[in-house]
Design a binder for this molecule. Structure first.
Ligand SMILES: [Zn+2]
Length: 329
């Protein structure tokens, strides 16, 4: 059963929004786009992991992307997939690399397209260490934890030197995941949780999950003034919506909408946060009439505080529902 499905993260939405509001020649544009490509590739790979997990023939609870606070600090650790059962928990780290992935004798890195990457077994074992402590602190210490690294691309060629026995066993192509899980299930044949308790634990993980949700401008060192002005068209995603006769119309694709300005509030929410004053809104959208801007703020904000020009308007949106326009193009 899928408890937490594969979905786009707030970080990914913020990246899309930032890329859309950066001039293509801006010095950070390529860096942002590169990050988007990596997030997309990870997402495609993670989608593929769900399919074999859905076919398991014993009760299980699956969570995608669970990010928990460590026991010892205010830092977080993140796991691509958690498979919670009555007998064990499996942490699945997913890697979407195609072509040759190599690990040489005596090396603690993997090589892919001449680039070196951290040992994924180290990564997933570190996640296990953090999860063991997290569970012990919450009286779930007796649940055994297993780990595996899944290569999700059908075009991957693994070339791990046989001296890395654990890596040969635990870094597997996606096609071998069901067999791997069956082996783990046979190995851990003692029930440590009832099915109900396993379900409760899975939902507890979901409840404790905290999204990675950074201040995206700070993260990439972009100043507000460097963002492109305008209102995003929800159809073609260009910043080409203009207002005429109480309607918004896209000069690029012709899309017409009475509430076309709503994307500007959503963009602002992703890039700058949940409060806005009239001057900031005019600067962000390029709307020149203070009166028009004010009436839009009144319509799209959920509450306001303060008086006159220092009135602060509050925005509230849902990451899962409200940002589909950014995923186009
Ligand atoms: Zn358009």
């Amino acid at each position: 059963m899928i408890v937490k499905d594969v979905s786009f993260t707030p970080y990914y939405l913020k990246l899309l929004c930032l890329a859309n509001r950066l001039d293509p020649y801006h010095k950070k544009c390529e860096q942002v786009r590169d990050r988007i490509r990596r997030e997309q590739s990870g997402y495609i790979g993670e989608k593929r992991v769900l399919y074999p997990l859905k076919k398991l023939d014993f009760p299980n609870f699956v969570l995608h992307n669970t990010r928990l606070q460590t026991v010892f600090s205010n830092k977080h650790f993140q796991m691509d997939f958690l498979l919670v059962t009555s007998n064990f928990i499996l942490i699945i780290e997913s890697k979407n690399m195609s072509g040759e992935v190599m690990m040489k004798e005596g090396s603690h890195q993997i090589f892919h397209h001449d680039k070196a990457y951290d040992d994924p077994i180290n990564q997933v074992e570190e996640q296990k260490f953090q999860l063991v402590n997290w569970l012990e602190q919450r009286s779930y210490g007796k649940v055994p934890i297993e780990t595996v690294v899944v290569m999700t691309s059908p075009n991957v060629r693994m070339n791990i030197h046989p001296s890395h026995e654990e890596h040969v066993k635990k870094i597997i192509p996606l096609a071998k995941l069901p067999a791997y899980i069956r082996t783990v299930n046979e190995q851990y044949n003692q029930r440590v949780l009832s099915i109900n308790n396993a379900r409760q634990l899975a939902y507890y993980f979901k409840e404790c999950h905290e999204d990675y949700d950074p201040d995206i401008l700070e993260r990439f060192g972009v100043a507000s003034e460097e963002l492109l002005q305008g209102v995003t068209c929800e159809k073609c995603k260009f910043l080409t919506m203009v207002m005429s006769n109480l309607r918004w119309r896209c000069t690029k694709c012709g899309h017409v909408s009475r509430d076309g300005v709503h994307t500007a509030f959503k963009d602002y929410y992703l890039l700058k946060g949940n409060t806005i004053i009239n001057r900031e809104f005019m600067q962000f959208t390029g709307i020149t009439s203070r009166h028009t801007a004010k009436s839009m703020l009144n319509k799209f904000s959920v509450k306001k505080e303060g008086i006159k020009r220092s009135t602060r308007y509050f925005l509230d949106f849902n990451y899962e529902r409200d940002f589909n326009y950014l995923k186009k193009k």
